[in-house]
Design a protein around this ligand. Structure first.
Ligand SMILES: Cc1cc2nc3c(=O)[nH]c(=O)nc-3n(C[C@H](O)[C@H](O)[C@H](O)COP(=O)(O)O)c2cc1C
Length: 473
């Protein structure tokens, strides 16, 4: 009798586990971790929930993890899921801490019915045949197909289209996945000129023109450097260079895809400006540059040069902070080279004004600017647009496993391995991408309204303060 009872219990347990396995792996599509790691992937969610009660005894504090603390990630996850981001009991942010950011609300905040919609800002108007007016001040920063999986790029593209935001291709060329959602696209030209290069790695104008022929491709960005690895080109390990990725980039498969540290045809300011204008002539669309700031002397020389010939200036400049992310980078460059967005953005914005270029060149900012407070801070500092890479990775379900360069990303965001990628359902995740973008827009607007501004466009430096000097990132 006891034997039968025992067998029944074992059978029931096995059946239940079997059902959970089938449900996690094949039926539910919301959780990549559970699709890829059925049953035991659930422990992550159990721990997350229990953490609320036991964190104070066992776990690290909510604001301690790096690069992104739990508070920041939770904000993105909740926004992406469309769950309320209201907090109860009180803020966990230490308002006394040096570097704490706060906005100066008005005695007469703006009521909902008085608020004005964001109307966009033109890029390249009066300069190119096809100027671009983005509908959103918050958009997706460059991440290549290769660094990201095809499922992730598809979800970003479809989510971007839903939210009306632009998506940057990153330096790895234009893939069919970027085009799936019909979103606005910024095509990035990295130092290896992937996707628009000839056999010797030089710019191929015919290929460039073909990219520009896509109506969705609204603008071009020449990448000089990125904050996570200034002075070093893109790095894609051999394991991630599949036949398809190699074909899109115009390189051999199965070999590491390392781009040079500098564009071969850019050696100084005149050659930089010449390439900007060559790309603009061929594409007839706005052309900008992306860079992390090193010495301020370069900024002054560059802007001094452009002041004499404003029509030849880039239509936008993306300033990427040293705190920016990457698919793969040498640690010393990521940790110790380049200026933080905290220093570089206010400086560049001021110098654009000093050289009368403020109305000519749009300013785009990136570098851990993925929650409404940081986005609003950047706009107050002079950014016309803010872009994020890792914020959108979190919206796709990234758990900060820090395995982007291995091909073993457990959520399938940065792995093209079908075992991991199957967990990421583009149809579901695209909705989260759009939800996240809208939540940032909504809450930046809420900050603006609290400051007495009817529109985000009216946010200025006078609306923000930082405890004891610099903002902490
Ligand atoms: C996985 C990954 C891939 C990236 N690929 C590129 C790239 O191809 N080109 C580029 O200019 N920046 C690339 N970046 C940098 C981002 O575009 C962005 O500038 C930086 O991460 C700062 O934004 P964030 O702090 O919101 O992530 C990449 C970042 C990540 C995380």
């Amino acid at each position: 009798m006891v034997g039968y009872l025992f067998a029944a219990v074992v059978l029931l347990a096995a059946g239940t586990m079997g059902w959970y396995y089938i449900y996690d792996r094949w039926i539910q599509r919301d959780h990549a971790i559970r699709r890829n790691f059925p049953i035991y992937g659930r422990f992550r969610y159990i721990m997350e929930n229990l953490g609320e009660y036991f964190r104070q005894y066992w776990f690290t504090a909510d604001w301690e993890e790096r690069p992104f603390n739990r508070l920041t990630r939770a904000w993105v996850y909740r926004s992406a899921k469309g769950v309320s981001n209201y907090i109860a009991f009180g803020s966990e942010v230490d308002a006394q801490q040096p570097g704490h950011i706060y906005f100066l609300h008005s005695a007469f905040p703006v009521n909902d019915e008085e608020a004005e919609d964001y109307t966009g800002k033109w890029i390249g108007r009066g300069i190119v045949k096809h100027p671009f007016k983005p509908k959103s001040f918050f958009n997706i920063s460059g991440m290549s197909y290769g660094a990201l999986s095809s499922a992730a790029v598809t979800a970003l593209s479809e989510g971007a289209a839903m939210a009306g935001i632009w998506m940057d291709t990153g330096e790895g060329g234009l893939s069919p996945y970027h085009l799936k959602g019909q979103c606005d696209i910024c095509f990035q030209i990295g130092t290896a000129k992937y996707g628009v290069r000839d056999q010797d790695g030089n710019l191929d104008e015919a290929k460039l023109r073909r990219i520009a022929d896509y109506e969705q491709v609204r603008m071009f960005c020449i990448k000089l450097s990125q904050g996570a690895k200034p002075g070093r080109g893109g790095i894609l390990p051999a394991t991630k260079v599949t036949e398809e990725i190699a074909g899109i980039r115009g390189i051999p498969a199965g070999k590491p895809s390392n781009s040079p540290s500098r564009h071969h045809d850019i050696t100084d300011i005149p050659t930089l400006v010449a390439l900007i204008n060559r790309v603009r002539r061929v594409t007839e669309k706005p052309v900008g540059i992306k860079m992390a700031v090193g010495s301020y002397e370069f900024i002054d020389e560059f802007f001094g040069y452009l002041q004499q010939r404003p029509d030849e200036a880039p239509d936008f400049i993306q300033i990427d902070g040293a705190e920016g992310g990457t698919g793969a980078a040498p640690a010393p460059l990521a940790d110790y080279v380049g200026q933080s967005i905290v220093q570089s953005l206010p400086y560049v914005a001021q110098r654009l004004r000093d050289y009368n270029l403020r109305n000519r060149i749009r300013l785009v900012a990136s570098g851990k600017l993925l929650t409404p407070d940081k986005v609003a801070w950047a706009i107050c500092m002079g950014a016309d647009f803010v872009v994020s890479a890792r914020g959108f990775m979190f919206s796709l379900g990234c758990i900060q496993a820090m395995k982007c360069n291995t091909g073993h990303c457990p959520t399938g965001v940065t792995s093209n391995d079908p075992r991991f990628m199957r967990g990421l359902d583009p149809a579901r995740k695209s909705v989260r991408v759009a939800n996240y973008a809208r939540a940032v827009q909504h809450d930046v607007e809420a900050i603006a309204h609290a400051c007495g501004c009817k529109s985000v466009r009216d946010l200025k430096g006078q609306h923000v303060r930082v405890n004891g000097g610099d903002l902490m990132m």
